[in-house]
Design a protein around this ligand. Structure first.
Ligand SMILES: CC(=O)N[C@H]1[C@@H](OP(=O)(O)OP(=O)(O)OC[C@H]2O[C@@H](n3ccc(=O)[nH]c3=O)[C@H](O)[C@@H]2O)O[C@H](CO)[C@@H](O)[C@@H]1O[C@H](C)C(=O)N[C@@H](C)C(=O)N[C@H](CCC(=O)O)C(=O)O
Length: 480
């Protein structure tokens, strides 16, 4: 339902000169302005949005929200905010109004999507209408596509209001460091926030580890209210020294409120014995990888922190299913060898994925992977080193080279993985990887996960690792 027009002051904003125009909508894109809209002219990476303020006013914008620098670039009804991104997020929350009553957010370099999905599945299994919002879009009791892991605040609040109006009571969302830095989550009413881990990624954007850490920490220091609960994974030493202002619920393998007492792996999953604040629970997880157990513990911690009874939560965990493209069993060869697809596209994620697979595999592990173009170049040799160290056989291929020369990206990876085979064409690399599998072996195809395209020089070519795995197995073993 489109919100009814109302005065600017009802969005917590006041225009210069005491103006209080009626607002009919909000956008940060001048091209989407309609008569009566509030146009948020944000300082961007490429350009200041105020460059487009006159265009927005010509399209009928009732007022322009911007910072002091932006306000100097045009004439017209202006709201000046110290941080216009924060003001936009808070105005969007007030404009759309409704939000699901129980919401949690999870940040961390890895594990956000699995954790948010597990939260939603647990709530669904306990009878709640729930959604998760993140890299895979909005899923669950209400669905919508999303172009960002953490959508911009106008999109996010439109989604939250639509979901709430459709009866959704619970939501788990992924908080990306970009989203937190750009204040996309300010104004979201959270009951709990989780932090999975902290390792190298996105230094192209944040520049330093400190800035990247501060962006993630902002979930607790700025977005989460003091009466909410902070759920921290103590397995990461970087988080053990972080002291958020909220009360804590800690999870981990060893010393934590919720921790693992015993873990046994088999070909299809794992059995766990866990302790929650002194009470022992026996669990079955039909999920591959010890890191999935950590994601499940984080999700369990978040839903408990948001009000569920621990016993009810632990009872439904055996029914959890993995996220598409996250250590997904994509195909099995006639000889029993398995092929997994995983989204791992950072050095740490490749290491984690390969280590996680190891206890489930009797034979050798083959890995097929590459690194994206136009993104953090420092991680390329680190990815090569991780694959060389943790896999038995490595095949380096292309993974969204974008505008870069693919051979140069592969060369940067191969520098640190001299034994690896280079096969630029990803379909051929997957076929070679599957062909190398003997009984008891496993192939990990890393990097794309749920993605369905290969981005080369501005064009997106259809490409699905899961589909390619089946095609390769069918080609080598005959259609089964
Ligand atoms: C680097 C980055 O995060 N950029 C985000 C940022 O863009 P920006 O403000 O720098 O854009 P800009 O091009 O300089 O333009 C400045 C302003 O002018 C406006 N504009 C521009 C042109 C025009 O004609 N009219 C107009 O009004 C733009 O809407 C913008 O508000 O603010 C925009 C609006 O909120 C975002 O859409 C945009 O995300 C870009 C598209 C993006 O790709 N972001 C990625 C890196 C991202 O956020 N990724 C994380 C996940 C990362 C991960 O974990 O892997 C995510 O949460 O998805």
């Amino acid at each position: 339902m489109t919100p009814a027009p109302r005065p600017l002051s009802s969005l917590g904003l006041s225009a210069r000169g005491g103006l209080d125009p009626v607002i009919t909508g909000i956008t940060a894109d001048s091209r989407a302005v309609k008569p009566g809209f509030l146009f948020a002219a944000l300082p961007g990476v490429a350009v200041h949005g105020a460059t487009y303020a006159m265009a927005a006013l010509e399209r009928g914008a009732a007022a322009v929200l911007t910072d002091a620098k932006g306000a100097a670039l045009f004439q017209g009804p202006t709201v000046v905010a110290e941080d216009p991104r924060e003001a936009l997020a808070r105005a969007a929350a007030l404009w759309f109004g409704a939000q699901p009553a129980t919401m949690v957010a999870v940040t961390g370099t890895n594990g956000k999507t699995s954790t948010a999905t597990f939260c939603r599945q647990i709530w669904n299994l306990l009878g709640h209408a729930a959604i998760n919002i993140g890299t895979t879009g909005v899923e669950g009791s209400w669905a919508a596509p999303s172009s960002h892991t953490t959508p911009d605040p106008v999109t996010l609040h439109a989604m939250l209001a639509a979901a709430a109006e459709a009866g959704v009571t619970h939501a788990a969302m992924e908080a990306s460091s970009h989203g937190l830095d750009q204040r996309r989550l300010d104004g979201v009413r959270l009951k709990a926030g989780g932090w999975t881990n902290f390792t190298q990624d996105h230094l192209d954007y944040h520049k330093t580890f400190e800035a990247y850490f501060a962006a993630k920490a902002a979930l607790f220091t700025r977005v989460l209210p003091p009466e909410a609960v902070a759920v921290l994974n103590l397995e990461d030493p970087a988080l053990a020294d972080f002291h958020p202002p909220q009360s804590l619920l800690t999870v981990g393998k060893h010393e934590a409120d919720l921790h693992i007492l015993g873990q046994r792996y088999d070909a299809t999953g794992q059995d766990l014995r866990v302790s929650f604040r002194g009470v022992t629970h026996q669990l079955r997880l039909n999920l591959i990888g010890g890191f999935q157990a950590e994601n499940v513990l984080m999700a369990a911690g978040l839903v408990i922190a948001a009000g569920e009874k621990p016993g009810d939560v632990f009872a439904v965990l055996p029914q959890l299913t993995g996220v598409r493209g996250r250590m997904q069993l994509a195909a099995t060869r006639r000889n029993g060898a398995t092929v997994f697809v995983d989204y791992a596209h950072t050095p740490d994620a490749i290491e984690t994925a390969l280590q996680a697979l190891r206890p489930h595999v009797m034979g050798r592990i083959v890995v097929v992977f590459g690194a994206g173009g136009d993104r953090d170049t420092t991680k390329r040799p680190l990815m090569g080193a991780a694959a060389a160290k943790w896999a038995d056989v490595a095949i380096v291929t292309d993974d969204n080279p974008r505008s870069e020369e693919p051979a140069l990206i592969r060369a940067a990876i191969l520098q640190a993985a001299p034994e690896a085979t280079e096969v630029g064409d990803r379909a051929e690399a997957i076929l070679r990887g599957v062909d190398a599998l003997g009984p008891g072996d496993a192939l990990l195809i890393a990097g794309k996960g749920h993605e369905t395209g290969q981005v080369i020089k501005g064009d997106i070519y259809p490409f699905d690792d899961v589909e390619q795995a089946s095609i390769a197995v069918a080609a080598l073993d005959g259609v089964i």
